[in-house]
Design a protein around this ligand. Structure first.
Ligand SMILES: Cc1cc2nc3c(=O)[nH]c(=O)nc-3n(C[C@H](O)[C@H](O)[C@H](O)COP(=O)(O)OP(=O)(O)OC[C@H]3O[C@@H](n4cnc5c(N)ncnc54)[C@H](O)[C@@H]3O)c2cc1C
Length: 91
């Protein structure tokens, strides 16, 4: 770094902290990691994950109209909602 000019140092810092990408498209269905859409959350009891329309029917995970960005949010949602649904289905 000491051998670089201030301008060169600033350029490196800019690349490392302000690297912008232009999204040109998606890799389509075969590479998809999560799907949007599904059972309307308004039709589910959020405390039990039971359907408000069909008694004894419980939902969890991606079948519900909830989707997150990549980074573990969808798996966490599947596990957490599955835990709640399972506990209440067993009552
Ligand atoms: C390639 C890929 C990478 C991903 N990476 C990440 C990630 O890094 N982080 C993250 O948070 N999320 C990630 N996800 C998303 C995450 O895996 C899903 O959101 C999550 O697994 C959904 O869990 P689920 O139990 O709701 O559904 P699923 O995991 O899809 O489970 C549904 C199960 O039901 C079974 N099934 C379907 N129909 C029937 C039937 N008629 N009878 C009996 N069984 C049936 C299926 O075989 C399947 O085992 C990724 C997804 C993909 C495809």
């Amino acid at each position: 770094m000491a051998s670089l000019s201030v301008k060169e140092q600033e350029r490196i810092i800019d690349i490392l902290t302000n690297w912008r990408f232009k999204i040109r498209g998606t890799r389509s269905w075969p590479s998809a990691q999560v799907t949007a859409g599904g059972v309307d959350t308004r039709e589910i009891n959020q405390d039990t994950m039971e359907s408000k329309l069909v008694k004894g029917l419980f939902f969890a995970g991606e079948i519900i109209d909830i989707d997150g960005q990549c980074g573990g949010f969808n798996l966490q949602w599947a596990w957490s909602s599955g835990f709640i649904a399972g506990q209440n289905a067993a009552l």
